[in-house]
Design a protein around this ligand. Structure first.
Ligand code: ATP
Length: 494
C-alpha cells in the first residue's frame, strides 16, 4: 500500500478483463480528486488494473528535472493509458513542464477538451454552449527552444510542421465525423505569421475538401477568442495550434461555470493521457472541497478509450443526475443547489448513490461508439530547395547607417550585397524612419547581386569577413525557395 492507496476500489475487477492503467495521484488537490474519481469509476463497474506511478513535485525536488522517474516511464510505455491528476511544477529555474514532456515523449499530438453548459444545474450565461476544442499538442512555441541573443533581446522559436498540421486537422475532422458534429472552425493568426500559421490554415483548407458533409470556417484568433467569450453557442469543433488552444480552452471552460468541470484527453498513435484541465489548485489543497468532476469526466473518456463505454455512460449519467439533484461542490454552488456545498468525498458518494440512474433534465449519455482514426501523414513530396540569400543577425549598438557602412566595408565578396537591415522585423535600412525604436539586435539580409548565385561556401566566407571586421554576428538564417516559393518572411516596410 502506498500513501495514496485506496480501500482497493478495483479489488472486485475481474483480472482477465481488467485493463492496465498507469495512475498518478499528483499534487495539491490531485490526491483528493483522484481518490474520489477512482471510487466512482469502480462503482460504475470499470475493470481497471491500476499501476500507481510517482511523479510531480516530490520527484522534481528529488532531482528529476522533468518530474518523472524511469520507473514511471516504464509503466506508461507498458500500459499506454495514463490517468493523471494535476501536478505542481516547483517555482524556480530548471524544472521542465511534466505535461509537455509526457505529451511530446509519447507523441500525444491531439488534446481534446469538451466544454459544455450545464444550466440550470450550474449557473452559466451560456446554457447552450457545447463545443470541443482540439488543440495541437506537440509543436508551436512549446518546443522550449529559447535563446538570449543580445543584451536586449530574447527569442522563442515557433515550430509548425506540415505533418503536425495534417495530423491534428484530420483528427479534428474525424472527431467531428465520429461524434456527429457538423462544423469545424480553424483559428490562426496567419495575417501576421504568414508562414507558420499560414501553413496551418493552408493545410486546413486542403483537408476540409475530404469532409464535404462538415461545414467549416476560419477565424483570426483574436476575433475568434472575442466571439468565443461573447457567444460560445456559435461554435461546434474548434482546431488550432498549441498556444491558442491552451488559452481558448481556459476561456471556454470558465464560461461553463467552473474550471473544476473541465476534462481533457491527450491522444496519440501509441497511447493516451486523461486529465482534468485545471491545475493542482494548491490554495484549496487538503481541505476536501475540490470538485472532482474534471478528473472524473476524464476518467469516463478513458473508459470509452479502453472499450468500457457502458461504465463510462453510467458514470456520466450518475454525475448528471447528481448535478440535477442540486448536490454541488463549493465552486458550482448557487441558486440550483440543494443544501450547502458538499466536499469532494460527499460529492463522490452522491454520484455513487445514483449509479445506474438517468438524468431527467439533461439528455442521458449513451454508450459511445465513436472511434476516431489516427492519421499517419504521407511522406512529403520532394521540393526543389534553393539557397537565395542569408539573414545574418548581428549584436550592434549604433545607428542603422553606421551598421550598414560597417557591413559593406567588411564584406569582401563582390557577388554578394547587403539588401536591407531590419530591427525587430521593421526595415530600418535603406530608407528607414528616424522614429523607429531600435534595439541591439539587427537582421542583415545579404543576397547575390544580379545574375549571381549564392552558396554555403559564400555564406561561410561572408561570416569570416564579418568576424575579422569585429562584427558580432549571433546567428544566421538561410533564405531558401521551395519550388520557387519564398520560404522566409519579408521585412515590414518593404
Ligand atoms: P497550478 O499552478 O497547478 O496550475 P493554480 O492554482 O495556479 O495551480 P488551477 O489549479 O488551475 O491553477 O486553479 C486556479 C483556481 O481555480 C484555484 O485556485 C481554485 O480556486 C480553482 N479550482 C481549480 N480546480 C478546481 C477544482 N477542481 N475544484 C474547485 N476549484 C478549483
Amino acid at each position: 500500500m502506498t500513501a495514496h492507496s485506496l480501500p482497493r476500489p478495483f479489488a472486485n475487477a475481474t483480472p482477465a478483463a481488467a485493463v492496465p492503467v498507469s495512475v498518478a495521484y499528483g499534487d495539491g488537490i490531485g490526491p483528493e480528486i483522484m481518490r474520489a474519481s477512482l471510487r466512482v469509476l469502480a462503482a460504475a463497474g470499470a475493470q481497471l488494473a491500476i499501476e500507481e506511478v510517482q511523479l510531480g513535485e516530490q520527484v522534481y525536488l528529488a532531482g528529476h528535472s522533468a518530474g518523472i522517474t524511469p520507473d514511471a516511464w516504464d509503466s506508461l510505455r507498458r500500459t499506454r493509458v495514463f490517468y493523471k491528476a494535476p501536478i505542481t511544477t516547483p517555482q524556480g529555474g530548471g524544472y521542465k513542464s511534466l505535461n509537455v514532456t509526457v505529451r511530446k515523449s509519447l507523441g500525444l499530438f491531439a488534446n481534446v477538451r469538451p466544454c459544455r453548459g450545464l444550466a440550470p444545474a450550474v449557473a452559466t450565461r451560456h446554457p447552450d454552449m457545447d463545443l470541443v476544442i482540439i488543440r495541437e499538442n506537440e509543436e508551436d512555441l512549446y518546443a522550449g527552444i529559447e535563446h538570449r541573443q543580445t543584451r536586449d533581446v530574447y527569442q522563442c522559436l515557433k515550430l509548425i510542421t506540415r505533418p503536425g498540421c495534417e495530423k491534428i486537422i484530420r483528427y479534428a475532422f474525424d472527431y467531428a465525423r465520429a461524434h456527429g458534429r457538423r462544423h469545424v472552425t480553424c483559428l490562426t493568426k496567419d495575417n501576421i505569421m504568414k508562414l507558420t500559421d499560414g501553413l496551418f490554415h493552408r493545410v486546413f483548407d486542403e483537408v476540409k475538401a475530404d469532409y464535404p458533409e462538415i461545414a467549416t470556417d476560419h477565424m483570426i484568433i483574436d476575433i475568434g477568442a472575442a466571439r468565443l467569450a461573447d457567444n460560445p453557442e456559435q461554435f461546434d469543433v474548434l482546431v488550432m495550434p498549441n498556444l491558442y488552444g491552451d488559452i481558448l480552452s481556459d476561456i471556454a471552460l470558465e464560461l461553463t461555470g467552473s474550471v473544476g468541470l473541465g476534462a481533457s484527453n491527450n491522444i496519440g498513435a501509441n497511447g493516451a493521457m486523461f486529465e482534468a484541465i485545471h491545475g493542482s489548485a494548491p490554495t484549496i489543497a487538503g481541505q476536501g472541497i475540490a470538485n472532482p468532476s474534471g478528473l472524473l469526466l476524464a476518467g469516463a473518456m478513458m473508459l470509452d478509450h479502453v472499450g468500457q463505454g457502458d461504465a463510462a455512460a453510467r458514470v456520466r449519467n450518475a454525475w448528471l443526475k447528481t448535478l440535477e439533484d442540486g448536490v454541488h461542490t463549493a465552486d458550482i454552488h448557487g441558486a440550483a443547489s440543494l443544501g450547502g456545498p458538499v466536499g469532494t468525498e460527499a460529492f463522490a458518494d452522491a454520484i455513487i448513490a445514483r449509479m445506474g440512474e438517468q438524468p431527467r433534465h439533461f439528455r442521458p449519455a449513451a454508450r459511445s461508439t465513436a472511434v476516431v482514426p489516427i492519421y499517419t501523414p504521407e511522406p512529403p513530396k520532394p521540393a526543389l530547395k534553393q539557397l537565395v540569400g542569408v539573414d545574418v543577425f548581428v549584436d550592434f549598438t549604433g545607428t542603422p547607417d553606421e551598421l550598414a557602412t560597417a557591413l559593406n566595408k567588411a564584406s569582401g565578396n563582390p557577388l554578394v550585397e547587403l539588401q536591407m537591415i531590419t530591427n525587430r522585423g521593421v526595415k530600418v535600412w535603406p530608407q528607414g524612419l528616424p522614429e523607429t525604436f531600435c534595439t541591439d539586435h539587427w537582421r542583415c539580409r545579404f543576397v547575390p547581386r544580379a545574375h549571381a548565385c549564392i552558396n554555403r561556401a559564400m555564406v561561410i566566407e561572408l561570416l569570416r569577413d564579418l568576424h575579422y571586421a569585429g562584427i558580432d554576428f549571433i546567428k544566421t538564417e538561410h533564405l531558401y525557395t521551395f519550388d520557387g516559393d519564398a520560404g522566409y518572411s519579408l521585412g515590414q516596410g518593404q
